[in-house]
Design a protein around this ligand. Structure first.
Ligand code: VGL
Ligand code: ZN
Length: 200
C-alpha cells in the first residue's frame, strides 16, 4: 500500500513570532525533515490567503480575532491576518526541507471562503484537487503531520478518512492552537472518524 506523508502548513505565521503563532510550532521541523526520506510520496500544504481574506478579523468591523461568526458555509473563527500570499509569514519555516516535496498544494486563496482541509474548502464540497492527485499516484495510506492539530490537520485528516484513506496522525509532529478545548475536541473527532492517533 503506497503511503504519502502530508505536511500541513509548517509556515512562519504558525511558528513562534508569526501572526497566528502555534505554541511550539517550530519544534516539529527537525522530526519532519527526518521522516521525509521514508515516504515515496510527499505533499506539503500552504495556507495562502489574499490580503483581504474573509477569515481575517480585520475584514469585519467591530469583530475581534478568535470570535466566531456565521458565514454562508457555516461557522467561521476570525483570525489575525496570516499567511498572506507572497508574504514572509506565508513562507515555509526556513529549516523545513522543501526540496523533497512532490507537490505543494495551496489553499484558502478564495476571498469568500476559508479552507482548513487539504481536500475540501470549508463548504465541505469544493475540492482542492488533492484527492485526484493521490489516487492517480496509487496512494491509499496517509501519515499526517504539521500545524495546527485542531484546525488544518484535524479537517484534513477527517476528510481523508471520509474519502477512504487509511489515516494516521503523528501527534509528536503536530502542535495545536487550542481555543477553548479545541485540541481535545479535535482528537475525539479524529478518533470517531477512525483515524489512528500516534502518540496519544
Ligand atoms: C490554520 C487557522 C487559520 C491551520 C489555517 O493551518 O491550522 N488555522 N488558517
Ligand atoms: Zn488560514
Amino acid at each position: 500500500m503506497t503511503e504519502a506523508l502530508i505536511v500541513i502548513d509548517v509556515q512562519n505565521d504558525f511558528c513562534p513570532g508569526g501572526a497566528l503563532a502555534v505554541p511550539g510550532g517550530d519544534e516539529i521541523v527537525p522530526a519532519i525533515n527526518a521522516m521525509l526520506p521514508d515516504f515515496p510520496v510527499r505533499v506539503f500544504t500552504q495556507d495562502w490567503h489574499p490580503a483581504d481574506h474573509g477569515s481575517f478579523a480585520s475584514r469585519h468591523p467591530g469583530k475581534k480575532s478568535f470570535e466566531v461568526i456565521d458565514m454562508p458555509y457555516g461557522a467561521q473563527v476570525l483570525w489575525p491576518d496570516h499567511c498572506v500570499q507572497g508574504s514572509r509569514g506565508a513562507e515555509f519555516h526556513s529549516h523545513l526541507l522543501t526540496d523533497p516535496a512532490d507537490l505543494i498544494i495551496r489553499k484558502g486563496f478564495r476571498r469568500e471562503i476559508d479552507s482548513y482541509s487539504a481536500f475540501f474548502e470549508n463548504d465541505h464540497e469544493t475540492p482542492t484537487g488533492l484527492d485526484g492527485y493521490l489516487r492517480t499516484r496509487g496512494v491509499e495510506r496517509l501519515r499526517m503531520v504539521g500545524l495546527a492539530t485542531d484546525f488544518c490537520v484535524h479537517y484534513s485528516a477527517v476528510d481523508a478518512a471520509r474519502l477512504g484513506y487509511a489515516v494516521t496522525v503523528d501527534l509528536a509532529c503536530c502542535r495545536a492552537i487550542d481555543l477553548d478545548g479545541s485540541r481535545e475536541a479535535a482528537l475525539e473527532a479524529m478518533l470517531d472518524a477512525g483515524i489512528v492517533l500516534d502518540g496519544r
